[in-house]
Ligand binder design. Structure first.
Ligand code: SF4
Length: 280
């Protein structure tokens, strides 16, 4: 039986601006701070280290309820460019069902001819396909770190099941949107080799997106505690292996080299080499 997760503590907050300059694109837009998906390896937790010190990642969400009002002003005033939604949270995490902040901001951006790059782990995103259908300046993709539902539940406890994410990106492709699949971070010894990796690349071949990205697991702010706890319940023998891969420079270089080789081999076997973009 799957244990029900307690809902997050939700705060409604007002922010000063919503369209921020970004290294990933021209701008990023985060209608939420904190993410109920609570991925144990999440790199975004640094963004709330001052506003939510000592609160468990995944247990709180700030809904920036003035985001739709701000974006109306900022989108009109700023140069129309490429916007990533979202960079430090998931724009379609469960609270979005109630607040519709991502949906409302997206509608404004498209009206002002901004290009949008949408990435999610939530099947809720398909609710907004009526907005993006017919837009050539939209890219939509889902993140997959594994196709195994039990593994995903452990490492990404609040996100949609992998099969639901896959269905959503297939739907996006069917309505003519440019699509991608983000395989990352690949979980060492779980989905970065053997059956786990083959299943992921078989899925990419089945979805047939315009391109797919691959990333390795990176050591980032505050993630070790939740990552090692999840690993301990999956297979405690992996804890020292992960520690070495993340924090020992030589082991990490070796791991990276081997991973690149494995990915290239599996992608090549499926005729996917031309669609692959490595992030490391
Ligand atoms: S969905 Fe993204 S932002 Fe949300 S917890 Fe997972 S990795 Fe972090």
């Amino acid at each position: 039986m799957t244990q029900e997760r307690p809902g997050p503590r939700v705060r409604e907050v007002a922010v000063g601006s919503i369209l921020s300059p970004s290294k990933l694109a021209d701008y990023c837009l985060n209608p939420y701070a904190g993410c109920e998906h609570g991925c144990v390896y999440c790199y975004a937790r640094f963004a709330t280290r001052f506003s939510h010190p000592n609160e468990k990642w995944g247990s709180f969400v700030d809904a920036r309820t003035n985001a739709p009002m701000l974006i109306e002003k900022e989108a009109a005033r700023k140069r129309a460019g490429r916007v990533v939604i979202s960079s430090v949270s998931d724009g379609w995490q469960p609270q979005e069902k109630k607040y519709c902040l991502t949906r409302r901001c997206l509608a404004v951006l498209l009206r002002h001819s901004y290009s949008v790059f949408l990435q999610t782990k939530s099947a809720l995103a398909q609710r907004d396909f009526d907005l993006i259908e017919g837009h050539a300046n939209v890219e939509f993709g889902v993140t997959l770190t594994t196709v195994e539902p039990g593994v995903a539940r452990l490492f990404e406890p609040g996100a949609s099941a992998p099969c639901d994410r896959i269905e959503v990106v297939i739907k996006a492709r069917r309505i003519g949107i440019r699509t991608f699949v983000f395989l990352g971070p690949l979980l060492p010894y779980i989905s970065d080799r053997g059956v786990g990796l083959r299943e992921l690349l078989d899925t990419v071949a089945e979805v047939n997106p315009d391109y797919f990205l691959v990333d390795r697991l990176n050591p980032r702010y505050g993630m070790w505690g939740s990552l090692s706890a999840a690993l301990s319940s999956y297979d405690s023998g992996l804890v020292p292996e992960y520690r070495r891969m993340l924090y020992d420079r030589q082991a990490r270089d070796h791991y990276t080299m081997e991973l690149r080789h494995r990915i290239a081999g599996e992608a090549g076997e499926r005729g996917l080499a031309g669609k692959m973009r490595l992030c490391f």
